[in-house]
Design a protein around this ligand. Structure first.
Ligand code: UT7
Length: 323
């Protein structure tokens, strides 16, 4: 018998303020039509003044606990993926731990930008498989609206705020791919590409800075690397794309999502798409899409899901799991 990390709860939170593409037409040389046709984005949510990433994360965490029928102290750990933690330290994860009333275990952040949730899942899986934790809350949460340069039409129209959370539990099973849980992980990074997607501030500059992106270059890497990492994750699990029920991609650009599905030989009917409603929420996009997919009755227990993401670093990766 093997211990596998099985999803037992899911939830999400989106801030109340919904911002349509037309909002940007009033102060930028842009149009709803351009944003929609180049990215697939129609609207996004922005956090309220004073509402930090940890606040969004805690609300998603509470929703996941309710979905699982658990109390915060039933958790052993929180792994939170974010690049927009409220403060330099402490971690957003420990703030969430406090906010949800969890007074035991441990909590930490993972920073792998848009690939953050895949990295966090990998960390949580390792904690469970190694026996260090039995139940782990995995959260992706971001407030990218706080690092936008509102004069840069090439970036500020693309991103949004939100949070999603999963609860993983150690469950014994036979080790077959038909059993539930995380089946395989593929992680990659290449620091040579730091300059095509980064934030120009931080501890070194003593200010928070703004997101800078060479969109076309990132697009090229995304199309090349996402299908490859997803196929590697499937291969590691002993599966192929024919076994996939749902691709749950990082939601950056509908054109990237479609190109990746095409490369994998999968129809768009097998892809969860939320980019039109959320924009690019970086590390929050995959758990948001999973939670929305479950709420819409698309994702069902036993489905084979492949997540894939790429972002600043560059960092990219994929997780294959049986829901
Ligand atoms: O989540 C992390 C990973 N990030 C991504 O995966 C994002 C990857 N990149 C992309 O999604 C796309 O590259 C973008 C959506 C950012 C841009 O789409 P694109 O088709 O690559 O457009 P482009 O950057 O080549 O720009 C085309 C034109 C340019 O004008 P010229 O040089 O052709 O005259 C831009 O200046 O569109 C212009 N442009 C805009 N026009 C209206 C750029 N932003 C805008 C805008 N509105 N907001």
């Amino acid at each position: 018998m093997n211990n596998r990390a099985v999803v037992i709860g899911v939830g999400h939170y989106l801030p109340d303020r919904i911002v349509p593409n037309s909002h940007f037409e009033s102060f930028l040389d842009t149009t709803d039509a351009w944003i929609k046709s180049r990215s697939g984005i129609e609207r996004r949510h922005f956090a309220a003044d004073g509402q930090g990433t940890s606040d969004l994360a805690a609300r998603a965490a509470k929703a996941a606990l309710e979905n699982a029928g658990l109390d915060a102290n039933d958790l052993d750990a929180i792994v939170l993926a974010t690049s927009t933690a409220d403060l330099t330290f402490p971690s957003a994860a420990t703030m969430v731990q406090n906010e949800i009333g969890m007074t035991r275990g441990f909590a930490f952040d993972v920073q792998a930008v848009c690939a953050g949730f895949v990295y966090a899942l990998s960390n949580a899986n390792a904690l469970i498989v190694s026996g260090q934790a039995k139940r782990v809350m995995v959260i992706g949460a971001e407030t990218f609206s706080r690092i936008m340069d509102w004069t840069d039409r090439g970036t500020c129209v693309l991103f949004g705020d939100g949070a999603g959370a999963l609860i993983l539990e150690a469950q014994e099973n036979t080790g077959e791919t038909t059993d539930r849980g995380i089946l395989s992980v593929d992680l990659n990074s290449d620091g040579r590409y730091r300059d095509i997607l980064y934030v120009d501030g931080g501890v070194a500059t003593q200010n928070t800075g703004f997101l800078r992106m060479q969109g076309k270059e990132v697009f090229r890497h995304a199309v090349e690397k996402l299908a490859a990492t997803a196929e590697t994750a499937l291969e590691k699990a002993g599966l192929t794309s024919e076994d996939v029920d749902w691709i749950v991609p990082h939601q950056a650009n509908l054109r990237i999502i479609k190109a990746t599905a095409t490369k994998m030989g999968l129809p768009m009917e097998k892809v969860i798409v939320t980019v039109q409603d959320h924009g690019n929420t970086s590390a929050a996009s995959i758990p948001l899409a999973l939670s929305v997919g479950v709420a819409k009755n698309q994702i069902k227990p036993g489905d084979l899901i492949v997540t894939e993401a790429i972002g600043g670093g560059l960092a990219w990766g994929s997780v294959a799991l049986r829901w």
